[in-house]
Design a protein around this ligand. Sequence first.
Ligand code: PEP
Ligand code: MN
Length: 361
Amino acid sequence: MQATEQSNETIQSVWKKRPLIISGPCSAETEEQVLATAQRLAATGKINMLRAGIWKPRTKPGMFEGIGAKGLPWLQQAKKLTGLPTTVEVATGKQVQDALTFDVDVLWIGARTTVNPFSVQEIADALRGVDVPVLIKNPINPDLELWSGAVERVARAGVKDIGLIHRGFSSYGNTEYRNAPMWHLAIDMKLKHPEMLLINDPSHICGRRDILLEVMQKAIDLDYDGLMIESHIDPDNAWSDAKQQVTPEVLNEMLEMIIWRKEDVNSEEYHAALEKLRQQINHLDDELMQVLSQRMKIAEQIGKFKKENNITILQTNRWNEIIERASAKGEKIGLSKEFITKYFDAVHMESINHQKKILDS
Ligand code: PEP
Ligand code: MN
């Protein structure tokens, strides 16, 4: 196979590419597998960085726990052949040192490590004085403070280029996804750290191939800066995460199918039309708030009534009736049951607070 020409791009210039596409096997298995994957990925011309797990944090003992430091020269070789910079997951200070010894360009902290402040601190300490970009995956539990805490520890060690990887959150029981995306959490994190690169990892969110493209497209629609996707020369026989990996060629096809969106466009016509629609939205939002305020005033009157008659605020039957009525109506006019439930929960809580004030007065 023909090696693509080695580029001399610095990691800083690769880091700034949009979309930034990172791909490679879940785990480095053999030298041949790493080199062949890297060459086939490079041949697509769409991949900016090669990933491979060297040390694998596995849920259960006895599963393949990674090839270890012995795989690092393979990545070095893959970089030499393809020009693709490399990234590996690190979970200890020793792993940071080993990875840097073998010229790994970007380090990433895995979801099972982000949850543990001791481990993150150990990694941060090993990074002091080293100018290497670091990607931090979301912790497995939906806790933004924990994710932010890890970012802060790494930033305090002096690391300037930090990126976030959204790989979904553990949830109990069977769902469509291996890890629930909970998109709003990643969006909140981006709002908290707007200067940081946000990458989506559809492989670990989906855990299967058939819905990868859908998740990739959603991330692009939401203005993510890039994607990290697992790929393997023989996905069905991968030593880890077999169900979610695709060949470099299938990945290439998927990347061709994605509709890439721009954040902005320099057209007056577009901006004028958008401005008009946004004004309509503002107007409707004002109306919604007026109506909500009226609703709260009525709730207060009910509160007064309940107080006079010494009745509890929460009336479960009435509440169920409101939700059922609203979901049925909402569905007919294009509002999802999930939204209606969340919306009425919030309205109900506010209503209870208003009534409680009356009862306490
Ligand atoms: C991985 O990227 O292969 C990996 C182990 O990911 P995560 O930390 O998201 O589970
Ligand atoms: Mn994996």
